[in-house]
Write a protein that binds this ligand. Structure first.
Ligand code: TYD
Ligand code: MG
Length: 460
């Protein structure tokens, strides 16, 4: 056995150095170097041997027009949200990384996929939970106990995993999680940069050589990045982020990087007692059911990724009981709310500086689309004046610093979604109206240029 060797690795980007450095030359992070034991395998010792049926091919250049490619090769899972986020199903031989905070539901999502793949042999490798725990979870998701073709392996050594894979030849592999794996070719602890990199490289080789799709679950560090070197994200084909507020039931699966599809797709799930349920029409659940019209509530047509949805914004404006008024926003940037309040104060003459203002986006979502500006401004004034806004109207426009109503992207999609959900009127910017074929819509399109026009229209 060769003498063990160590090197210093930047924990933030994976940069390798022979000696300790105070500052990483690659990512400029301070104090990020940690010594890790590494041991290079002796040359010519393959860590994973292809089985007979999958002889390693010798790559040759091919003319691009001769390469045959068909979309039908994709594996379509019964989970429509996942298919969409992946760009239309799982590509054979792809390596998909799913990142998310602890407890958000990554294991649940992947186990659910593993249990529901029709007619395929699936291997679910867990380094985190025991077989019993996984069985218990499977019972919750599929009470009948799952399909016989789903296999559970509790193992963390990649060499042992590959040994089992060679025997059972699974058609899909799930690894929960990449940070618990270790390769015996490297001596550092599981979860360290060099281990994560090595294990991912081995799995990548396996995926490409056998055309088996591999799903990796990855943990998230405190600052919201996937733990492990940044190069992990470069190595895999697709990076999906699973996010949501743990106190709410909705979860969003977002594509951050995708070599096989759009990176702005998104899937929505609802966490139930029996696993994750796909939410195919998000607008319907994001609009809270209410009987009467209340002040301070408006609906905005926003886009998440490429998907239009209508969300409810709620504002509460009340006289401040203490010296400094409180300003608080849930699901929306507080600085942006303060800017909108300043516009209302300065351009429209509303006296809001002595008022507490609370803002809430329903459903626990975080909204970054500027098209919700107008809806938020209208909700604030509706609460301030205590006049309810019709439930049948919605908004899709950005508000500028001088109180002008600005155009937003993909307005046709937003209008179409509002119309589909039965809204009777939508407020958009006058500048969005150009080139818009109004006769195509049955919904009334109110185009406005200034914030005052909106208020005149709404409050008379
Ligand atoms: P888990 O998938 O273990 O999260 P992660 O792998 O991302 O750490 O799941 C987390 C939470 O989901 C857990 O707190 C329990 C809850 N849960 C349900 O609400 N319903 C279910 O059917 C299951 C399986 C879990
Ligand atoms: Mg888990």
């Amino acid at each position: 056995m060769a003498k063990s060797k160590s090197a210093y690795f930047c924990q933030s980007c994976g940069y390798e150095s022979a000696k300790w450095l105070g500052k990483c030359p690659a990512c400029n992070q301070w104090n990020s170097f940690v010594e890790e034991l590494i041991q290079k395998p002796a040359p010519n010792v393959p860590d994973w041997k292809p089985t007979g049926k999958l002889n390693a091919r010798v790559a040759r250049p091919a003319a691009i027009h001769e390469i045959v490619y068909s979309e039908e090769n994709r594996l379509i899972t019964p989970d429509k949200e996942l298919n969409r986020v992946l760009g239309g199903g799982v590509v054979p031989g792809s390596l998909v990384l799913i990142g998310g905070e602890p407890g958000i539901g990554k294991s649940t999502l992947m186990l659910q996929v593993a249990l529901n793949l029709p007619g395929l042999k699936v291997l679910y490798v867990s380094g985190e939970e025991s077989e019993h725990q996984i069985k218990m979870r499977a019972e919750r998701i599929v009470p009948s106990g799952g399909r016989p073709e789903t296999y559970i392996l509790t193992e963390t050594s990649t060499q042992n995993i590959f040994k089992q894979i060679e025997q059972m030849e699974p058609e899909v592999v799930v690894i929960d999680s990449i940070q618990t794996l270790h390769s015996s070719f490297i001596e550092s602890t599981p979860g360290s940069v060099s281990q994560v990199r090595e294990c991912t490289a081995e799995l990548l080789r396996f995926a490409k050589e056998t055309s088996t799709p591999v799903f990796l679950i990855g943990h998230i560090t405190k600052d919201g990045t996937i733990a492990g070197p940044k190069i992990l994200e470069h190595m895999v084909d697709t990076v999906l982020q699973f996010e949501g507020d743990r106190h709410h039931v909705y979860r969003i699966l977002r594509s951050v990087k995708n070599r096989f599809g759009s990176a702005s797709e998104l899937g929505i799930y609802e966490m139930q007692g029996t696993g994750l349920r796909e939410v195919s029409n998000p607008s319907e659940i994001l609009l809270s059911q209410r009987e009467e019209q209340l002040s301070g509530i408006t609906i905005s047509a926003m886009l998440e990724g490429l998907r239009p949805m209508l969300i409810e914004t709620q504002a509460l404006v009340s006289p401040s009981a203490y010296g400094t008024p409180q300003r608080s926003a849930t699901g929306f940037d507080t600085r942006r709310m303060n800017m909108l309040l300043a516009v209302l104060e300065k351009r429209c003459g509303f006296r809001l500086s002595a008022q507490d203002v609370f803002l809430n986006i329903a459903g626990g979502l975080r909204v970054e689309d500027p098209a919700v500006d107008l809806g938020i401004v209208a909700a604030i004034i509706s609460s301030h004046e205590d006049i309810a806004i019709s439930q049948h109207a919605c908004f899709a426009a950005e508000v500028g610093l001088s109180g002008e109503i600005r155009a937003v992207n993909r307005v046709e999609q937003r209008i179409a979604e509002a119309q589909k959900l039965g809204f009777e009127a939508i407020y958009i910017s006058k500048y969005n109206q150009k080139g818009l074929d109004l006769s195509r819509y049955s919904i009334e399109i109110k185009s406005v240029a200034k914030i005052e026009e909106v208020f005149e229209n709404l409050f008379g």
